[in-house]
Design a protein around this ligand. Structure first.
Ligand SMILES: Cc1cc2nc3c(=O)[nH]c(=O)nc-3n(C[C@H](O)[C@H](O)[C@H](O)COP(=O)(O)OP(=O)(O)OC[C@H]3O[C@@H](n4cnc5c(N)ncnc54)[C@H](O)[C@@H]3O)c2cc1C
Length: 328
C-alpha cells in the first residue's frame, strides 16, 4: 500500500489476508512486474519518469489443430515470428502479439485486431483456415520491458535491468525492470548480489543445480516418473496422473496421499479436479478464488462448466472461513 523512508529504514504498510499491518525493513525489492513504476511512483511516493514500456501480448486457444506433440514456429509476413503449440492435451495455443499498452495491466484483454492478426497469420500455414469459431479461450499479458528508447514495441530489449537506490543507512531499494521466466533464476541471483552489496553479506550461489519444488528428478525422467506414479497408484487413470505430474512433479504424491481411487479425493468439481488438489493449491500455492484454481494454477477452466465453477467458489468460501482446512 505504501513504503516510506523513516528513521534509517523503510516503514511499509501492507494489506493482505491478515488485514492491514505495518512492518519495518532495511531494504526493499520492487519486483512488481508491469506495476514496477506504479510501486515507485504510487507506493513509494516518488515522481519519476516511466522506466518500463508496457507491451501487450495476446494468445488464442483453439481445439487441437494437429495431432502430435511438436511446436510450430511461423515466420509472419511482418517479420515477426509466432507459434502454434500443443496445449493442455486437447488444444492448440497460438501467439503472440506485440503492441504498446497504456492501461492498468490487470485490465488487459485481447483486441479484435489482435484476434484477426493471429487468425490470419496461422491460416497462412495450416491447411484449413483457423476461424473465429475455433477459438475456445484467449488470454493476454503485459510485458514490462525496460524503456531503452527503442521505437517499435517488438524492438524494446527483453533483458532485465536492476537499479539500486539509497543505501543501508537510510533504506535501500532494488527495482527490477523486465525479465523472462527463462532467466528468472539468474535474475534472482543478481538481485541477491545487489542486496549483498548494500547489506554487506556474502552468500554462495546455489541455484544452478537446485530444483524447483517437485522437480527433484532427472530432466529426462518425466515419463519414467509418470510410470512410477502409475505403479504406486494403480487405481487412477494415466491421463490424470500425467496431469498431476506435469503440474506438481513429485509433489503429486502429496495430493494423492493414501487415496486408492478418485472416490478418495473428496468433492468433485468437474473434469478431473477434486478437493485434494484444491486444498493443496490453497495451502501450498496460495489460491484464494475459483479463478486462481481454474485459470492461474491449473487451466481446468478449459474443461469445467458454470455449475462446477459455482460449486468451487462455494467450497473455497467455506474453506476461507476455516483457516486450517485439514482434509477433503
Ligand atoms: C505475452 C507475454 C509473453 C511472454 N513470453 C515469455 C516467454 O516466451 N519466455 C519467457 O521466459 N518469458 C516470457 N514472458 C515474461 C514472463 O512472463 C515474465 O517475465 C514473468 O512472468 C515476470 O514475473 P515477475 O515475477 O517479474 O512479474 P509478475 O509475474 O507480473 O509479478 C508481479 C507481482 O507483483 C504484484 N504487485 C504489483 N503491485 C504490488 C503492490 N503494490 N504490492 C504487492 N504486490 C504487488 C502483482 O500482483 C504480481 O503478482 C512473457 C510475458 C508476456 C506478458
Amino acid at each position: 500500500m505504501s513504503a516510506r523512508r523513516e528513521d534509517g529504514g523503510w516503514t511499509v504498510e501492507l494489506d493482505g489476508v491478515e488485514g492491514r499491518q505495518s512492518v519495518r525493513a532495511r531494504m526493499l525489492v520492487n519486483a512488481a512486474g508491469p506495476w514496477v513504476d506504479t510501486v515507485i511512483n504510487g507506493v513509494m511516493g516518488k515522481n519519476g519518469p516511466a522506466n518500463v514500456r508496457l507491451v501487450q501480448g495476446s494468445h488464442i486457444v483453439t481445439k487441437k489443430l494437429f495431432d502430435h506433440d511438436r511446436c510450430y514456429f511461423f515466420q509472419n509476413s511482418d517479420g515477426r515470428i509466432f507459434f502454434a503449440i500443443p496445449y493442455e492435451e486437447d488444444f492448440t495455443l497460438i501467439g503472440t502479439t506485440d503492441r504498446d499498452y497504456h492501461g492498468d495491466p490487470k485490465d488487459v484483454r485481447i483486441s479484435e485486431e489482435e484476434t484477426d492478426y493471429l487468425l490470419k497469420g496461422a491460416s497462412e500455414y495450416f491447411r484449413r483456415p483457423v476461424m473465429r469459431d475455433d477459438i475456445v479461450w484467449t488470454y493476454s499479458g503485459v510485458r514490462p520491458l525496460f524503456d531503452d528508447g527503442a521505437s517499435a514495441a517488438q524492438e524494446a530489449t527483453r533483458d532485465y535491468v536492476l537499479k539500486v537506490e539509497g543505501d543501508a543507512a537510510s533504506g535501500a531499494v532494488v527495482n527490477v525492470f523486465g525479465g523472462k521466466l527463462t532467466t528468472s533464476r539468474r535474475l534472482a541471483e543478481s538481485v541477491l548480489e545487489k542486496i549483498e552489496e548494500v547489506l554487506g553479506k556474502k552468500g554462495v550461489a546455489w541455484t544452478k543445480d537446485g530444483t524447483l519444488p517437485g522437480g527433484d528428478f532427472g530432466v529426462k525422467s518425466f515419463d519414467a516418473e509418470v510410470r512410477r506414479l502409475g505403479l504406486d497408484y494403480p487405481g487412477f487413470e494415466q491421463r490424470f496422473l500425467k496431469r498431476l505430474m506435469r503440474l506438481y512433479g513429485t509433489r503429486a504424491r502429496a495430493i494423492l496421499g493414501d487415496a486408492r481411487s478418485v472416490a478418495d479425493l473428496g468433492q468433485h468439481f468437474g473434469s478431473d479436479l477434486y478437493a485434494s488438489e484444491v486444498i493443496y493449491l490453497v495451502e501450498v500455492e496460495w489460491a484464494r478464488t475459483a479463478e486462481d484454481v481454474l485459470w492461474r494454477r491449473t487451466k481446468q477452466g478449459l474443461r469445467v462448466g458454470a455449475e462446477d465453477v459455482a460449486r468451487l467458489e462455494a467450497y473455497l468460501g467455506s474453506k476461507s472461513r476455516d483457516p486450517h482446512p485439514a482434509s477433503p
